[in-house]
Design a protein around this ligand. Structure first.
Ligand SMILES: [Zn+2]
Length: 222
């Protein structure tokens, strides 16, 4: 199963990806992790990444595609993968498709977690993280006045700077502007699974499971 999971910040990508990793025994491949791994490994690709990052520039699409290609050829991704955070634009999606063609692979399904702008802002604005273990909690404003400690390790809870309401609204708008065109791109390929991400975590999970089961069944007859 070769999957892309996408949705705005706060749409529930992390939660649902964790479930897919367990269920299908395939790795989730996050852009940030790939870039850090290449840098650490000190490969030729890693040196290029370092150059762009040190200059404060964005890593160009062609380099992102090379790094993703490298990652998809590692043994744990042989039976499938979940891409998280890439592609972000239609140009990147086109480059990804061309690269997968070279590997004689393809994307089976694109899971889009659809959540309204207002719900995203509400969710992220009420999000608190543990300083020690990064566990995430949600509290309403009245609950947030007296924050408890982290239930995992007793760490202090705080609101990450990029979860403050003004920043949250900007992150969501950037997503909607640049990433939303991907919905049309993958709809045209009949790969988009447009999922109501405002249901409960369990309901979203059940919907994803049902749809992916349908895709697996259909795969044999293609
Ligand atoms: Zn903690």
């Amino acid at each position: 199963m070769n999957l892309i999971v996408f949705g705005a910040p706060g749409a529930g990508k992390g939660t649902q990806s964790a479930y897919l990793i367990e269920t299908y025994r395939i790795p989730a491949i996050a852009t940030g992790d790939m870039l850090r791994a290449q840098r650490r490994a000190g490969t030729a690709l890693g040196d290029q990444v370092k150059g762009y990052m040190d200059r404060g520039e964005l890593v160009p699409d062609s380099l992102m595609v090379d790094i993703t290609k490298d990652r998809l050829q590692q043994s744990d991704a042989r039976d499938g993968f979940i891409l998280d955070g890439f592609p972000r634009t239609v140009a990147q999606a086109e480059a990804l498709d061309a690269m997968l063609d070279q590997l004689r692979r393809r994307i089976d399904a694109v899971i889009y977690l659809r959540v309204s702008r207002q719900v995203l802002i509400d969710r992220l604005s009420h999000r608190y993280s543990c300083r020690t273990c990064d566990a995430v909690y949600n509290f309403r404003p009245d609950q947030a006045r007296a924050l408890p400690r982290c239930t995992v390790d007793g760490g202090e809870l705080y609101q990450r700077p990029d979860d403050h309401p003004e920043i949250v609204a900007r992150r969501i708008d950037v997503f909607l502007k640049h990433t939303a065109p991907l919905i049309d791109y993958y709809t045209a390929q009949h790969k988009l699974e447009n999922i109501d991400g405002q249901m409960s975590v369990a309901e979203v999970r059940a919907d994803i499971t049902r749809r992916l089961a349908g895709i697996r069944k259909g795969a044999g007859s293609r």
